[in-house]
Design a protein around this ligand. Structure first.
Ligand SMILES: NC(=O)c1ccc[n+]([C@@H]2O[C@H](COP(=O)([O-])OP(=O)(O)OC[C@H]3O[C@@H](n4cnc5c(N)ncnc54)[C@H](OP(=O)(O)O)[C@@H]3O)[C@@H](O)[C@H]2O)c1
Length: 254
């Protein structure tokens, strides 16, 4: 199989233009990115894509939170491409606490998305880069009313994920990239709020660590969510593109 992380500059520029025009792109990765480029099908007006890089045994980080890097160079490039093609990059508080990410598109040409951090209990200090580096507009989403700003970030009080998607769409932010961690991607899946999942699997076994998915308990294998997937080779890793179409655990269509 060809390496799908090896994208010529001209092909990447064409995808950025397709995003701008709201049409499906052309070229080798058009099918992978097209769902992000066309108008949303969901009533809330959003296209939501979740992404994780996991080990063969389903871990996204060591038990101490170290996660850099589970995926290789191809996965890093893919992640930055998703940031550039979306209006929003969204992460959970655990990811900001452990990684202190900037969430910019510095590995590829393209605009920085608006950064959204979910911190229900407002536990994160303002010293994190996303709240202080000025690299892109940032929203802190919480369940607790309080100060209207958190460092340079605007505070949004919204405890509900479907409500958050409606709020973001009302701001003109309809392409939502949920970059991690596991609890945050799982929360979007459990709420039936994911259109697509891009799951990178790296040839690594940890045997311990933070899990990729935590969902309501399944009593038998048939209760698990089962999907069709399209595999892509990205360097030494495999990327699985999965159409979730807003399915919820316990609510799947046969
Ligand atoms: N491999 C990958 O693709 C990937 C991607 C992103 C992140 N990661 C790694 O995944 C880990 C985080 O994932 P996750 O599933 O644990 O969390 P997450 O989805 O990033 O964030 C969800 C929860 O983190 C909790 N949290 C934990 N420690 C916190 C702290 N010190 N301050 C504030 N909130 C905290 C909050 O819980 P409360 O509700 O209790 O406040 C929050 O609701 C990190 O180790 C990160 O490096 C890996």
């Amino acid at each position: 199989m060809p390496d799908d992380s090896a994208l010529a500059d001209a092909e990447w520029t064409a995808l950025l233009e397709a995003r701008h025009r709201g049409v499906p792109g052309a070229g080798p990765l058009a099918a992978l990115f097209a769902p992000l480029l066309v108008p949303a099908a969901a009533a809330d007006g959003c296209v939501v894509i979740g992404r994780l890089a996991q080990t063969l045994d389903g871990r996204i980080a060591c038990a101490n939170g170290a996660s850099q890097w589970i995926g290789g160079r191809g996965d890093i490039l893919h992640t930055h491409r998703l940031r550039a093609l979306c209006d929003v990059v969204l992460v959970g508080a655990g990811t900001v606490h452990h990684d202190d990410p900037r969430l910019t598109t510095r590995e590829v040409a393209g605009p920085n998305p608006v950064r959204v951090v979910l911190d229900p209990q407002r536990r994160l200090p303002v010293t994190h880069k996303v709240f202080s580096d000025g690299a892109a507009p940032t929203l802190l989403v919480t369940s607790l009313p309080g100060a209207a700003r958190h460092g340079q970030a605007e505070v949004v009080v919204q405890p509900d994920l479907p409500g958050l998607l409606r709020d973001l769409a009302a701001r003109g932010l309809g392409k939502i990239f949920v970059e991690g961690g596991g609890r945050t991607v799982s929360a979007f899946l459990a709420a039936g709020c994911l259109d697509r999942l891009h799951l990178t699997v790296a040839p690594v076994i940890l045997g311990s660590g933070i899990p990729a998915f935590t969902l309501p308990e399944a009593a038998c294998i048939g209760d698990g969510l089962r999907f069709r997937w399209t595999p892509h080779v990205i360097g030494d890793d495999m990327l699985f593109d999965i159409a979730l179409d807003r399915v919820k655990p316990g609510n799947q269509v046969a």
